[in-house]
Design a protein around this ligand. Structure first.
Ligand SMILES: O=c1ccn([C@@H]2O[C@H](COP(=O)(O)O)[C@@H](O)[C@H]2O)c(=O)[nH]1
Length: 285
């Protein structure tokens, strides 16, 4: 069993961001990337891909984000590779954010929470992404277990894909948008936490012009995972425009933008360092 972290996730994340920079790189073994890397679309290719990313980056980036779907598609042996990628990444000092986007009624949510946030689980991770669209309250088992186990939860608030707006920008009876309501919940969850709360929001880096429409107050005293940089068209320069003063709490995510440079370990490292430099420059501008 993995020992329970001594500090809350938010404190561990803030330190990692200070020491390593805020970049989060995805471990997304797309079939097309396996082919580009000269790997077979099978368990051997999956394992080589994932372990190469871990070898290249786990000792230098703040966060690695395995995309669970790409492992699950190989069945139980894919999940075994995912377990190893998580354990090896954590052993090398990276925080692992499992991108599983789970969400269900509370009793089932408790099982999802145990899968990713209970130190006794083989998939124990530092944090997990969850979907609040069965109602924020349905996430309570994950929110509570995260508090107990020193882990974190990232709630989908304003996703990077254009289709998200039809749900997330919807206006509720009190005039607030659904996304703003999720951010309000997270702000309440993180109240009083220092140096950073453990309950994050996912807010796409792609949302430059639509963020205002969502009435979003991004000051939640928690981390803001910002996917969409690279393959989806956003750049590091968009971060201050999208996030304003909250940019100091942003964890920018790049997956394909870095991974397309593999399988060469040095090239993966160089690409991640280049994105990290762009993020630093954008934040300082
Ligand atoms: O709103 C969201 C939430 C999650 N994602 C995930 O992030 C990566 C992005 O990959 P890129 O290759 O950098 O586009 C991927 O795993 C998505 O599932 C997101 O893109 N948007």
């Amino acid at each position: 069993m993995t020992p329970t972290p001594a500090e809350p996730f938010g404190a561990r994340l803030r330190r990692a961001m200070d020491e390593r920079g805020p970049l989060c790189v995805g471990i997304d073994p797309h079939a097309s990337l396996l082919a580009d890397w000269g790997l077979s679309d099978d368990i051997a290719g999956l394992e080589r891909f994932a372990m190469t990313v871990v070898e290249a980056l786990a000792d230098r980036v703040a966060v690695l984000k395995p995309q669970s779907a790409f492992f699950e598609r190989f069945g139980s042996r894919g999940v075994a590779v995912l377990e190893r990628a998580v354990a090896d990444s954590r052993a090398a000092g990276a925080l692992v954010l499992m991108d599983a986007k789970r969400g269900d009624i509370g009793s089932t949510m408790a099982a999802y929470a145990a899968t990713y946030l209970d130190p006794a689980s083989p998939l124990f991770s530092d944090a997990v992404t969850v979907s609040p669209y069965l109602g924020y309250g349905s996430l309570r088992p994950a929110l509570d277990l995260a508090r107990e186990s020193g882990t974190g939860v990232f709630v989908l608030a304003l996703t990077s894909n254009p289709e998200g707006a039809e749900v997330q920008h919807a206006v509720r009876a009190d005039g607030s948008t659904v996304a703003a309501t999720m951010l309000d919940h997270l702000r309440a969850e993180n109240a009083g936490a220092a140096p950073l709360g453990s309950y994050g929001a996912v807010v796409g880096a792609t949302l430059g012009t639509t963020l205002g429409a969502a009435g979003a107050d991004l000051a939640i005293n928690g981390p803001l995972l910002a996917p969409g940089i690279g393959a989806q068209g956003a750049t590091a320069a968009d971060l201050p425009k999208v996030f304003g003063a909250a940019v100091r709490d942003v964890v920018p995510n790049v997956s394909r933008g870095v991974l397309r440079h593999g399988p060469d370990v040095a090239a993966l490292r160089e690409s991640a360092a280049r994105f990290a430099g762009e993020v630093r420059e954008a934040a300082a501008a």
